[in-house]
Ligand binder design. Structure first.
Ligand code: SAH
Length: 308
């Protein structure tokens, strides 16, 4: 009986490991293939813009890029990270092509180390750092956020901008963020979540789960969690000054803007050149809009401090 049970659990563990490996490979390939297109059309920030709620103004391309910078600024402000904090070293977990790291390094004079699963992104991020004379401050490498190649407590700001949604094991992800944070340091997680469940509710409605599953397939995402799940994880690790907010309304203009750029002549030509993963990604964008509109998808920020 015991033998059967333990064999069973070994099989389950092996299956989980191989599905985590398949996900890692899928994420790396997805960003290897699609980052050039994003870079060409949108520049170096691969995250939502932050807008005033109900802003009905149709923004120009530069307006949307400013909104992406504003996302970084609002996240730092929400977490209370100001120039006076004298941030010295930042770990940028899921760094894309390094836009946040270069911005934060320039703003605070901090050293930033970024990690991504995509070798194409790491190379492009390092090349951009060199081109912007920032390579003495920022560097990028291929590494897994769930097993970071850093010593304990090396960073006084740990930054995860829209990478948490890719993590198959949220508890392990959060533990790694906490491990590399110095005592007294701050963690900022900005991420896609599903809505909080109501009291007594055990899972999302089948139609809601079905919508998320369709998004997961194209964007290489595992199961989603809620902002409350993150907060509870941070509480279980005795972190301090935990704050969170729902910024879904502030990001609402973003996906319609991305779709508009994809539908321009330049956008369509670049999309076709970029390949199937980008095309599938573009076709999935309306589902993100639907998810926000129906209240299933929430754009959350969660921040906390590691005790001294
Ligand atoms: N933070 C960046 C990029 C967001 S895109 C920006 O705001 O521009 C998501 C990023 O998360 C990609 O760079 C992807 O490679 C990274 N990522 C996803 N899963 C990861 C993992 N397990 N380890 C490291 N990086 C990961």
């Amino acid at each position: 009986m015991t033998t059967t049970a333990s064999r069973g659990s070994v099989a389950v563990t092996a299956a989980a490991a191989s599905s985590a490996e398949a996900l890692r490979e899928g994420i790396a390939e997805f960003y290897n293939e699609t980052s050039g297109l994003w870079d060409e059309i949108w520049g170096d920030h691969m995250h939502h813009g932050f807008y005033d709620p109900d802003s009905s103004v149709q923004l120009s391309d530069s307006g949307h890029r400013e909104a992406q910078i504003r996302m970084i600024e609002e996240s730092l402000r929400f977490a209370g990270v100001t120039e006076e904090k004298k941030i010295k070293r930042v770990v940028d977990v899921g760094c894309g092509i390094g836009g946040s790291s270069r911005y934060i390094a320039s703003k605070f004079g901090a050293e930033c180390i970024g990690i991504t699963l995509s070798p194409v992104q790491a190379k492009r991020a390092n090349d951009l750092a060199t081109a912007q004379s920032l390579s003495h401050k920022v560097s990028f490498q291929v590494a897994d956020a769930l097993d970071q190649p850093f010593e304990d407590g090396i960073s006084d700001l740990v930054w995860s901008m829209e990478s948490g949604e890719h993590m198959p094991d949220k508890a392990k992800f959060v533990k790694e963020l906490v491990r590399v944070t110095a005592p007294g340091g701050r963690i900022i997680i900005v991420t896609w979540c599903h809505r909080n469940l109501s009291p007594g509710e055990e899972a999302l409605q089948p139609w809601e789960q079905n919508l998320l599953d369709r998004i997961c397939k194209t964007f290489y995402l595992p199961a989603w969690c809620s902002t409350t799940d993150y907060v509870e994880l941070l509480q279980s690790l005795s972190l301090q000054d935990i704050k969170y907010a729902d910024w879904s309304e502030n990001v609402a203009p973003f996906w319609p803007a991305v779709i508009r750029t994809a539908l321009t002549w330049k956008g369509l030509v670049s999309l076709l050149r970029s390949g199937m993963k980008s095309i599938k990604g573009a076709l999935t964008m309306p589902l993100m809009i639907e998810g926000y509109k129906k209240g299933v998808i929430k754009f959350g920020i969660i921040t906390c401090q590691k005790p001294l």
